[in-house]
Design a protein around this ligand. Structure first.
Ligand SMILES: C[S@@+](CC[C@H](N)C(=O)[O-])C[C@H]1O[C@@H](n2cnc3c(N)ncnc32)[C@H](O)[C@@H]1O
Length: 237
């Protein structure tokens, strides 16, 4: 696996004379786990094998959501981050919107431990819950945001991805299970905006499900920097 000069310097500083990390890199072990943290939206986020490594594309989800909250004039929003993992989304939104009230949930206790320590590290107040979104209902929030697991069980993944928690990656129903469950929840609550990161081939199926179940909502689809369909925003108008 190719690593940058900066990563190489950080690894040398951290591991000094211990060169065992070189074998791990040869086995495609993610450099971010070896270093132990990443920068996400400019904030330091600690990572270990219990959490998904925050992706560059997810920064766009945060940025676009922040801009939509401002555009829609949602003041001091209540925000729910579903499947918070390292806490990167929840923490960044709380930093960008200091008067927001941010709640984050995850089914993984070990991920929540990392998210809580990241909230502390970044000095933000977030309420964390251990909750299985597939088996429980959510209450009213102004903004629901999620980058849920969306890889189908039979889909090929890059070699380094196999070191990330499978709980963070895979979803049933061709990868659509979480989107359907979130939309089912939206039907029952008051919300203003829902922001979702999606797999590049899922736009059609997810928008069809939203249109069928939330027919009066406005749906905005956005592409990422590679021009792939990666985001869906639902405005409850
Ligand atoms: C793709 S990761 C996203 C992590 C983080 N939000 C990010 O964007 O980097 C999905 C997260 O959903 C969590 N998750 C998986 N199944 C869940 C469930 N049934 N209920 C709640 N969270 C779940 C995983 O533990 C994981 O942290």
């Amino acid at each position: 696996m190719e690593i940058t000069k900066t990563d190489e310097k950080l690894l040398k500083e951290k591991y000094q004379n211990d060169t065992s990390y070189l074998d791990k890199l040869k086995d495609n072990y993610p450099v971010q786990y070896l270093i132990g943290d990443v920068s996400f939206c400019g904030y330091q986020i600690k990572v270990n094998e219990n959490v998904l490594i925050p992706r560059f594309e997810t920064e766009y989800l945060v940025d676009k959501t922040y801009k939509l909250i401002e555009k829609l004039n949602i003041t001091s929003p209540t925000i729910l981050d579903i499947g918070t993992g390292s806490g990167c989304i929840a923490i960044s939104l709380k930093k960008l919107l200091p008067t927001s009230i941010v709640t984050a949930l995850d089914v993984s206790e070990t991920a929540l431990k990392v998210a809580k320590s990241n909230a502390k590290l970044n000095n933000v107040d977030i309420t964390f819950f251990n909750q299985d979104i597939l088996n429980t209902k959510i209450t009213d929030y102004d903004v629901i945001i999620s980058n849920p697991p969306y890889i189908a069980y039979d889909e090929e993944v890059a070699p380094e991805v196999k070191y990330e928690p499978s709980l963070a990656l895979y979803a049933s129903d061709s990868g659509l299970a979480f989107y359907k469950k979130i939309v089912d929840n939206l039907k029952l609550i008051n919300f203003k905006l829902c922001a979702l990161e999606i797999g590049a081939t899922q736009k059609k199926s997810i928008t069809a499900y939203i249109k069928k179940n939330l027919p009066t909502s406005k749906v905005i689809c956005e592409t990422d920097y590679n021009n792939l369909d990666r985001y869906i925003f639902i405005l409850n108008e």
